[in-house]
Design a protein around this ligand. Structure first.
Ligand code: AN7
Length: 325
């Protein structure tokens, strides 16, 4: 089901599937446990393998951060040079640190992700191998999460996925369809795409019953990973949702942050806001049957969204009452 025998790898995949204490029949696939802390590693392993086989010496991505971190790490592993084009001021700190640590050239663009992608599409792809999710190998790698869910749980009734550029929801759907073709999934899951309310071109269009997105010029959400106004893979995402009998929904930033905290406290899973969007969607919808929410990125990616409360003390007399409180 995958085209290559072996290639560039850092041990991606095989992430935990955790039965949540938040809701009956809710499972969380913690893809934040991948080597660079997001699901992007699944596709980047294959993408960088193909880049190397094609003889490329440079790779380029536009990114809200996780693709950049992953491309930087896998390019380093493959001995390739990575260029990452990022929307200035719209990338979480942990992701920037990773891109720098792995030696990528970091290029900051005024504007949102959509502008960064436009620049890469116009000028970057002739001079460096492009590894954004319009590259089909990325999606081929990302579909492996469906195979793992099948191995661990069988075929769920619902798979809930945060949607930004809209590649992953299609990749996962493709994975389940292939399981179906092999006779392994007699009933395919509904694919449910969750967008942040301020960056919901697909969810808004879905609600209106439209066949194309209501693009957003100035996306706004605390979940910077999915702060995307013009998802390049929207056609594929519509196909996944429609074919599977699923839907697009939106959740607001408050729901995202509450889901992030609830998941952290009930299940011990630390996820970044975009990764919590799927859980927020699953909690809001109350879906029938078994639901798997994909938690796409690790909490440490975006430390700045978490409020940290500390209690300062300087003696044992001050400690004891705290413990007895
Ligand atoms: C944590 O890194 O687009 O709908 O440039 O980092 O397949 O785009 C990240 C996307 C969900 C959305 N969760 O996936 C990028 C980038 C997290 C993410 C998504 C992203 P797609």
């Amino acid at each position: 089901m995958l085209p290559l025998k072996s290639g560039v790898t850092i041990g991606e995949g095989r992430t935990p599937l955790v039965e949540s204490r938040l809701r009956r029949n809710l499972f969380v696939k913690f893809d934040g446990a991948n080597p660079t802390g997001s699901f992007k590693d699944r596709g980047m392993a294959l993408g960088v393998t193909v880049a190397k086989e094609a003889g490329a010496d440079k790779v380029i991505v536009a990114s809200t951060g996780n693709t950049a971190a992953s491309a930087a790490a896998y390019a380093a592993r493959a001995g390739l040079k990575a260029y990452v084009v990022l929307p200035k001021g719209n990338v979480a700190r942990g992701k920037l640190v990773q891109a720098a640590l792995h030696g990528a050239v970091i290029i900051a663009v005024d504007g949102y992700f959509d502008k960064a992608l436009e620049l890469v599409l116009d000028h970057g792809t002739k001079r460096a191998y492009p590894l954004n999710s319009f590259n089909p190998w990325r999606l081929e790698g990302q579909k492996t999460v469906a195979f793992e869910i099948y191995e661990e749980l069988g075929c769920p009734d619902n798979v809930v996925v945060p949607v930004g550029n809209a590649g992953n929801i299609y990749a996962i759907w493709k994975g389940f369809k292939e399981l179906g073709e092999l006779g392994l999934c007699p009933k395919l899951p509904r694919m449910i795409g969750v967008q942040a309310a301020g960056a919901a071109p697909l969810a808004r269009a879905w609600r209106e019953g439209l066949n194309s997105p209501l693009f957003v010029d100035s996306p706004k959400t605390i979940a910077s990973a999915i702060k995307i106004g013009r998802p390049i893979n929207w056609v594929k995402a519509f196909i996944a949702v429609r074919e599977s009998g699923g839907m697009f929904v939106e959740v607001d930033d408050g729901e995202i942050l509450r889901a992030q905290a609830a998941l952290a406290r009930a299940d011990g899973l630390g996820v970044e806001p975009a990764g919590a969007a799927s859980v927020a969607g699953a909690l809001a919808l109350d879906l029938p049957g078994i639901t798997v929410a994909i938690a796409t990125g690790h909490a440490l990616k975006d430390p700045d969204v978490v409020e940290v409360k500390t209690i300062s003390i300087s003696s044992q007399e001050e400690l004891i009452p705290l413990l007895e409180r």
